[in-house]
Structures are given as C-alpha cells and as structure tokens.
Write a protein that binds this ligand. Structure first.
Ligand code: DGY
Length: 319
C-alpha cells in the first residue's frame, strides 16, 4: 500500500479521497507544525508528503524520507518552503494548488484595503473598549478608496483578480510586472515600473512570489518614495517587505497605513508592529474559506493519487 505522510490537520476531503484511493495515511493531526525532533523519523519511508508553507523541504527532510519518496504535494500555491533543486536531484516531483485560491486571496486583499483605508481596526477597538462617545465629524477619518489609484505589484492570477475588483471602486489601476498582462491592459490598467508605481499609487497591493529577487522588493528606499497618504497591503509573502522599515514608516506617519496578512518571520512579528494603530494585522488568512480550503484539499489529493499511480501530478511545479 502506498504511504502518504500528512504534516498537519487538513480539511477532511484530503483524508477521505486518499483513503478511498487505497493510500495508507500517517498524520500529525494538529494545527501546529511538527516539532523538529521526531520530524525526520516521521517522514521515513513515505511515498508522498503533504506539506504546507511551514514545512521546510530540504536535503535533510528528503534524505529522511528516503528513496521511496515520489511527490511533495504542497497545500498552497506558493512553494518557497521547498528546495526545488534538492527535489529535482532526487527525482522527487513537487505539486501545488494554483487557481483555486485566487478569489479568496483577492477578497482578503480587499478586506485589508478597506480596513486600512477606513481605520476599521481603530474603530473596532474603540467600540469594544467602551471608549466610543458617539458620532463626531473628525473622528477616525480615513482616506477614500473610491477614485483612488491602485498599484498592483505582480500581475499573476491573484494580482489580476485584485485589479479586476477595483472597477467597482472606479479606480485608476497601475501594475508592475515583468511583462504586459493583456487582461489588465484590456481593463485600462497601465503597465509601469515598480518605482513609478510606489511613487504614484494610493494603495499598493503585493502579489509577487517569494524568490531571491523579490526579497525586500519593498525596501526602505521604496517605502520612502511612497505618498504620505499611501497604504501598503501584503497578502503575498512577508519577506517581500522590509518589515523593520515599514514599522518605522508607520510609526513616523510617513505613510498612512498598512494591511498585512503575511510576515517576515511568521508567526513572529517585527518589534513594534503590534503597538501601531495604523496597521491591520491578520494571521495569514488569504485562502481561508471553507470552499477554498476544500478545493485545495481535493487538488492535493488528486496530485498524490496521480503521482502514486505512476502518473504525473495534475499541478506540477516546474520552476
Ligand atoms: C499559499 O497558498 O501560498 C498560501 O500563502 C499558504 O501557503
């Protein structure tokens, strides 16, 4: 019987479909990552390992799994937790879950845009804290989203979905991407370089994958180029932003606000971030809807079943 190792508790569809396909499952059934000690023994003899962003797949893990390993099936679209060269060197395939989480993640980027622009975190805190004394003309005044300029950094599936939603807010859309994106050109978005985008956009939303070249793409220097009224949204990967520089800019009110779903050293936050009022902080919820997580589970199951029956996975990572 082929054996799949699940490093986490996953939506029931994953276990149901793997079991129905006759795959033997060993799982670490919790929401926390597996403790470091015991992690290597746990994967020993696996035919497939189902991983998440919190599992580093490196030489050590691959060696511990051994020669039986055919597939690392990542539960997520991003795969920066996986050493692709190390997998390739051992003939281990890698799969991910593209497409199914596009809308959920774009919706969450918009949640953060509206929270940050309209000071929703401060308002919520005020009401819950019993500090609200009634409506006042100058109370918690935010910035307009309707009619503002949205800058989308990275125009892949999720970036495009975020840009499409801007039509409802009558926004001007700028995008920075290595090449023209016809879908965005058709809706009148302007293809610009990242420096023009950070200088001109009112709302900057990040949608680039984590790669060596995107590390601190939003650097201290680029943050310094943003408008004083700018809002920075990150639902991509934490290390794309120099988080310490962002904390300084928010503290000194050099930009208006930020909305973050991802962090440089998740789940740890940069010193000073939680004390700030002008930032909305979410715990990496981009794809966290019932429907989306079930589709991701089904996609992972299909990839594992294919690979363990000698076929290519449906969503191979080839980069
Ligand atoms: C994704 O799908 O990449 C999410 O960020 C979780 O890894």
């Amino acid at each position: 019987m082929p054996r799949a190792i699940l490093t986490r508790r996953f939506p029931p569809a994953l276990v149901e479909q793997l079991t129905a396909a006759g795959i033997d499952i060993t799982r670490h059934n919790g929401d926390e990552p597996m403790p470091r000690a015991g992690r290597l023994e746990f994967v020993c003899g696996a035919d497939a390992i189902v991983t998440t962003i919190n599992d580093r797949v490196d030489d050590g893990l691959l060696d511990a799994a051994g020669d039986s390993l055919k597939l690392v099936a990542n539960f997520g679209v991003g795969y920066d937790n996986i050493d692709l060269d190390a997998c390739r060197a051992r003939g281990v395939l890698v799969s991910n879950t593209p497409g199914v989480l596009t809308d959920a993640t774009a919706d969450l980027a918009w949640t953060l845009i509206l929270m940050a622009a309209r000071r929703a975190v401060e308002g919520e805190r005020m009401v819950r804290g019993g500090e609200w004394r009634g409506w006042a003309p100058t109370q918690l005044v935010g910035v307009d989203v309707t009619g503002a300029t949205l800058g989308v950094v990275g125009a892949g599936r999720i970036g495009c979905a975020v840009a499409r939603r801007a039509a409802g807010f009558h926004m001007t859309v700028l995008y920075a991407h290595p090449r023209n994106q016809p879908e965005l050109d058709r809706i009148g978005a302007q293809h610009v370089d990242i420096d023009q985008l950070v200088a001109e956009a009112d709302i900057i939303s990040l949608h680039v994958p984590m790669r060596p070249e995107t590390h601190h793409l939003i650097s201290r220097e680029r943050i310094a180029q943003m408008k004083r009224t700018a809002i920075l949204i990150n639902t991509a990967r934490g290390p794309v932003v120099d988080e310490a520089a962002l904390v300084d800019a928010l503290r000194e009110r050099r930009i208006f606000a930020a909305g973050l779903d991802v962090y440089e050293n998740e789940p740890r936050l940069a010193p000073g971030l939680v004390e700030l009022h002008n930032v909305a902080l979410l715990p990496h919820l981009g794809s966290a809807t019932e429907g989306t997580r079930t589709k991701m589970a089904e996609m992972v199951a299909a990839n594992v079943i294919a690979a363990l029956s000698g076929k290519p996975p449906l969503n191979p990572v080839t980069a």
